[in-house]
Each structure stands twice: as structure tokens, then as C-alpha cells.
Design a protein around this ligand. Structure first.
Ligand SMILES: O=C(O)CCC(=O)C(=O)O
Ligand SMILES: [Fe+2]
Length: 180
């Protein structure tokens, strides 16, 4: 499998605005992480506010776009995936926020079925410092963040992390998919 797959213009600026508005109209709450007590906040591992969005008449347009990106990436990466079953997650990283622990999105909890992960940048790269999504091994020490609207799809088993935001706000959209 290729290390990751990028699409520079996955979302238009107006679509990034619509995605952020969904989160602002919903329930942004401190992120949980899976550990020995099940799902609980653990700010030394991950500190960010997230909101979850089911597939609905309000969000169907966004699910359709992300399903299309996953399908294209899966073909390029030589894997097969089904449409997403998990809710979309929209994340707001403010100064000090991070997911600084190296982790994989697959295999440690209920999510053994995840094959591919997606992260879409919803903020202009110039609006924040830090907040770099690093993926082992190919995106380590990456100095140029992706631009607003860009998607990066990577194997869910790959170790990755998000470095602390040191200025401004980084909004991102994350989801996963697996085989049928
Ligand atoms: O913020 C990101 O781009 C990725 C976050 C992440 O790795 C996760 O939520 O599992
Ligand atoms: Fe992750």
C-alpha cells in the first residue's frame, strides 16, 4: 500500500465553512481516548474538542464527498473499502490542543475493522502554527502543512500524531472506513 494519498482540493472553501458551521451548531466536547477504563478524557494523550455527525439530510453532501475520496484512494492504494459507517468527526484544535501520542486508528478498540483514515484540513495553513498531522514514516518532520480543503488518506494502522497548536485554531474533519 502507498504510504498516503493526497487530494489538494477535496473541499472548496465554502464547503470547509459549511463543515465548521455543522460543528459550531452541534455539540463540541472534549475528546475521549480509549484506555483501560474504556473511553475517557486523557489530555496528556489527546486534548481537542470534537463533534460527531451522523449521515443525514443535513450532512449527506459531506458524506458523499468523503465516500468518493475514500473510494478513489482505495483504488490507488490497492485495498477495498465500503461506504463509511462511522459518524463524521469535526475537530477544533485551539492553542495547546493536540493528539500528541503516536497512535494507530485501528486494532486497539472496537475499530479493528478500519482500513483507511482521512483527515481534511478545514483551516487555512496560515491561521495556525503547530497542529501538524505526522504519519510514520513518510510525513515525519513535514514542514509544510496541507492547505485548506486538502485531504490526506492513510492506512489506519499507520502510527500518527498531531503536534500541539501553538497559535490560532486548526479545524479538521476525520473519519475512517473499512471493508464491506
Ligand atoms: O487531526 C487530525 O488530522 C487527525 C486526528 C487523529 O489522528 C484522530 O482523531 O484519530
Ligand atoms: Fe488518529
Amino acid at each position: 500500500m502507498q504510504p498516503f494519498w493526497d487530494r489538494a482540493d477535496a473541499l472548496a472553501g465554502s464547503e470547509c465553512d459549511r463543515a465548521i458551521a455543522l460543528a459550531q451548531a452541534g455539540l463540541l466536547q472534549p475528546a475521549l481516548v480509549f484506555g483501560q477504563d474504556g473511553y475517557a478524557p486523557n489530555p496528556s494523550v489527546r486534548q481537542v474538542d470534537t463533534s460527531f455527525h451522523a449521515r443525514s439530510s443535513e450532512t449527506g453532501w459531506l458524506f458523499d464527498i468523503v465516500d468518493g475520496l475514500f473510494a478513489e484512494a482505495a483504488q490507488a492504494m490497492g485495498v477495498s473499502v465500503a461506504p463509511m459507517r462511522e459518524d463524521l468527526q469535526i475537530l477544533r484544535y485551539r492553542p495547546g490542543n493536540h493528539f500528541q501520542m503516536w497512535h494507530s486508528d485501528a486494532g486497539h478498540d472496537l475499530h479493528g475493522a478500519r482500513t483507511l483514515s482521512i483527515s481534511i484540513e478545514l483551516s487555512e495553513a496560515g491561521d495556525y502554527d503547530g497542529g501538524d498531522l505526522e504519519i510514520v514514516p513518510h510525513a515525519l518532520k513535514r514542514t509544510r502543512p496541507l492547505r485548506r480543503g486538502a485531504a490526506r488518506i492513510f492506512p489506519s494502522q499507520a502510527l500518527h500524531r498531531v503536534t500541539p497548536v501553538t497559535r490560532g485554531t486548526r479545524w479538521a474533519l476525520v473519519n475512517w472506513t473499512g471493508s464491506a
